[in-house]
Unconditional design. Structure first.
Length: 115
């Protein structure tokens, strides 16, 4: 590749990095930070804020993800198993979500414990 051909690619890459950095500087709200899968499958019961104060959440006795004691006592494997196989009144999502999507939701549930 010629030396002059590399410069436009470098400039484009730097421009893209600058755009990403500018977006990263904008603070996200809790709703902005939620994944599409959380919105689709979890928020109806657990709520956008993770407190399970939705109508469906109260009806089913959904878990409050902001409860620090619960977060401390439940490990990631248990969370993944609950999402995969269901738990109490929570349905199974193993036919709707891939293993990687379930792993991402476990990580997302953990974000509710952070202050």
């Amino acid at each position: 590749m010629k030396k002059n051909a590399v410069r436009p690619l470098t400039a484009a890459a730097l421009g893209a990095l600058a755009a990403v950095a500018a977006l990263a500087a904008v603070p996200l709200t809790a709703a902005d930070a939620r994944s599409e899968n959380f919105e689709t499958y979890c928020a109806v019961c657990h709520g956008e804020d993770g407190k399970a104060q939705t109508e469906k959440g109260k009806e089913k006795g959904a878990r409050d993800f902001t409860n620090a004691k619960w977060q401390d006592k439940v490990d990631d494997a248990r969370l993944a198993r609950s999402i995969t196989k269901g738990h109490d009144k929570m349905p199974s999502f193993e036919k709707k979500l891939s293993a990687d999507e379930i792993k991402a939701l476990v990580a997302e549930v953990r974000t509710f414990a952070k202050k």
